[in-house]
Design a protein around this ligand. Structure first.
Ligand code: ARG
Length: 466
């Protein structure tokens, strides 16, 4: 980046009598990171120029000159020919200066009825809107992968846990659908954020609006916003949309950190429930036997990073008086990093999940340890007329007895079971099996394989309607 501009060349240099301190110039500049917004900055400027021509503030010839000039600047940037200058502070002034350098005095008319304050507020919304759409697609791809996996493993038995202790048998597909539902709510939150954000700030100018006869509805339409924002002070000052997006991201990562934790556990030799393909794992430089689940671990770790960005943005906004303050320049790096992190995490997960293989014999064997069908025995007794509390007690005694014998409940003989209750008949063995147990939970939201398949079908319909 070149730094050879003098004070007089600053777009705001008119009232200044000495050049900016060299350190302050670097300290206050944002071009190092906000140049990422160039595409949306140019799109916003083109729409602004079109609107100014429509209301007669620019001639049509001026408008065309500006638009052609901006197109040329954009090509320069995309071809890597653009020289970003720190002394021109930010992406907005860099592009405007390059425009004027190209087309001469007409370039200086672009900033009529506009301020960098409404300009940046517009740029970030345009940028984030595109990123939200890209993230929505990637989230959708991950959800689809989970549905395929859930369908494939709809009848695969695994232990369900509470307190990470074996609780009741569930199906692997049911477990995947739990993850799906978390992501489904994340998807909804993301769309809510987009809908609230999609209003156009241009016209707010520095803070109070502008005295030119602007047509904000027209600019909003050109840029695909639902409508112009209602209040100029609010338009240039609030970054709640960035906070809302980052809070979506923090929840998404929180959910994925939970999935990751389970994947890490399940790939361990102690669980050995699943296999992750080698291409998603790495080895150890000292222990030859190792195959580490790096992707889920890293996703779990990145949750901290995104949570940190959320706290940064909330703290940045807190107590800011109306309207724009330079503080807001600090919104970009946390926001950009959140976007990059979410996109990376979703890509990794969407690629990885369909490639997970489930070791069904191991998940079934694990489910048969730990008396996972004890609740089924209690429910059986209740159906025979035993009050639930008594049934609970009877099953507790049976479990203690079986444990003492080193047996599982279904391995006890009928006579052994009957010592605890004469309500037990030989049909009890139907409910003590793992398959009988999951099949019995046959209602919306239950773990029965048929219910899992129906949940997948309903979810596919929801996804198709997006
Ligand atoms: N780089 C600034 C930002 O990101 C642009 C707006 C500057 N406005 C101003 N009045 N200094 O917030």
């Amino acid at each position: 980046m070149s730094e050879d501009h003098k004070a007089a060349e600053k777009p705001w240099g008119g009232r200044f009598s000495e050049p900016t301190d060299a350190f302050v110039e670097r300290f206050t500049a944002s071009v190092g990171f906000d140049r990422r917004l160039y595409h949306h900055d140019i799109a916003g400027s083109m729409a602004h120029a079109r609107m100014l021509a429509r209301v007669g503030v620019l001639t049509e010839a001026e408008r065309d000159q500006i638009i052609e000039g901006l197109e040329a600047v954009r090509s320069d940037i995309e071809a890597g020919r653009f020289e970003w200058s720190v002394s021109l502070e930010d992406v907005h002034m860099n592009i405007e200066a390059a425009l004027t350098e190209r087309i001469g005095v007409t370039g200086k008319k672009l900033h009529t009825g506009r301020s960098r304050n409404d300009q940046v507020a517009t740029d970030i919304r345009l940028y984030l809107r595109d990123e939200i759409d890209a993230i929505s697609d990637e989230l959708h791809r991950l959800q689809n992968g989970l549905l395929d996996l859930a369908e494939r493993e709809a009848a695969t038995i695994m232990p369900g846990f509470t307190h990470l202790q074996s609780a009741q048998p569930v199906t692997f597909g049911h477990h995947m659908m739990a993850w799906f539902e978390m992501l489904e709510r994340d998807y909804g939150r993301l769309q809510d954020c987009r809908a609230r954000m999609n209003q156009m700030p241009l016209g707010a100018a520095a803070l109070a609006g502008t005295s030119y006869p602007i047509d904000r509805a027209y600019t909003a339409e050109l840029l695909g916003f639902d409508k112009p924002t209602e209040n100029s002070l609010d338009s240039v000052s609030d970054r709640d949309f960035a906070i809302e997006f980052t809070s979506f991201a923090a929840l998404l990562l929180t959910h994925l950190s939970r999935c990751s934790e389970e994947l890490v556990l399940w790939t361990s030799a102690q669980f050995d429930f699943i296999d992750l393909p080698d291409r998603f794992c790495t080895g150890s430089s000292i222990m030859p036997q190792k195959k580490n689940p790096d992707v889920p671990e890293l996703v779990r770790g990145k949750t901290g990073r995104v949570n940190g960005h959320l706290v940064s943005l909330l703290t940045l906004m807190k107590s800011q008086p109306l309207a724009y303050n330079k503080d807001n320049q600090e919104d970009k790096e946390p926001l950009f990093d959140t976007v990059d992190t979410v996109k990376g995490v979703l890509k990794a997960y969407a690629d990885m999940m369909p490639a997970v293989t489930v070791k069904a014999e191991n998940t079934r064997a694990a489910a048969s340890r730990g008396f996972a069908t004890a609740t089924d025995l209690a429910d059986y007794l209740v159906r025979q007329g035993v009050p639930f509390r008594d049934a609970h007690e009877i099953v507790g005694q049976s479990v203690a007895f079986a444990d003492g014998q080193g047996l599982d409940l279904e391995e006890l003989s009928l006579e052994q079971l009957q010592q605890f209750s004469d309500a037990i008949g030989k049909d009890v063995f139907e409910v003590l099996t793992l398959d009988g147990s999951v099949r019995a939970r046959d209602h919306i939201g239950g773990t029965a394989p048929g219910q899992v398949r129906e949940a997948v079908a309903r979810a596919r319909q929801r996804l198709a309607q997006r």
